[in-house]
Write a protein that binds this ligand. Structure first.
Ligand SMILES: CC(C)(COP(=O)(O)OP(=O)(O)OC[C@H]1O[C@@H](n2cnc3c(N)ncnc32)[C@H](O)[C@@H]1OP(=O)(O)O)[C@@H](O)C(=O)NCCC(=O)NCCS
Length: 183
């Protein structure tokens, strides 16, 4: 498979946006992340409960470093992609969920990660974000998406089964499972 050279931020894939509704009928929007989201993305991560932040980042990080945020928002929309779910909060956007992938060295496999703000969980946002991310990855020519999940993260394990991902254990580490699907 041949992938094009990395895109610049000027190549924002604006056509990949959609309006969605939570399972209880509230409207939100899914769109590709952009550089200007840095502060909002940081606020999103910092407002996650300690438990959700731990599950997402697989570690106890109180405040994401500027380098991590830079990495999260400075993406090429092809080898690295992130969709945010946003609501309008008194005229300003607020991020309520993020799903992303980053390609590995062979550029056909990518690792995904997802998190939804605690008060927005169990309302369909995570599923909508992941389905959109899978669709996008397929359109980019990726072959496989996989995620690393704490074996104790039962909610995420349920979630991956619903997404028809295959779970497997990693050699030598019983605390982490891999959830993967061919595209
Ligand atoms: C895992 C996570 C992303 C799911 O997002 P979400 O928006 O809550 O999920 P959805 O509402 O789309 O739920 C989809 C499915 O997930 C599972 N799920 C969601 N909430 C659940 C809960 N409270 N208990 C058990 N399963 C649950 C169910 O299978 C659900 O299907 P259903 O709607 O038919 O019941 C979210 O809980 C989260 O951000 N967790 C913390 C961060 C994390 O663990 N990230 C994963 C690391 S990659």
């Amino acid at each position: 498979m041949v992938l094009a050279a990395p895109l610049s931020a000027a190549d924002y894939p604006a056509q990949w946006q959609r309006v969605a509704q939570t399972s209880d009928g509230l409207e939100y929007r899914i769109r590709p992340i952009r550089l200007e989201d840095a502060e909002h993305d940081k606020a999103f991560i910092m407002h996650l409960s300690e438990e959700s932040r731990y599950k997402r980042l697989m570690g106890s990080i109180r405040e994401p470093s500027p380098q991590l945020i830079e990495r999260f928002v400075h993406i090429d929309y092809q080898h690295n992609m992130a969709f945010v779910a946003v609501i309008d909060d008194s005229g300003a956007e607020q991020i309520i969920g993020v799903a992303r992938y980053a390609c590995g060295p062979d550029e056909a496999d990518a690792e995904f990660a997802v998190a939804v703000a605690d008060v927005w969980q169990s309302r369909g946002v995570g599923m909508a974000l992941m389905r959109f991310l899978f669709e996008y990855a397929r359109a980019q020519g990726l072959r496989r998406l996989y995620g690393l999940i704490l074996a104790s993260n039962f909610r995420m394990l349920d979630f991956t089964r619903k997404l028809e991902l295959k779970l497997s254990s990693l050699p030598g580490d019983s605390t982490i499972l891999e959830a993967a699907r061919d595209l």
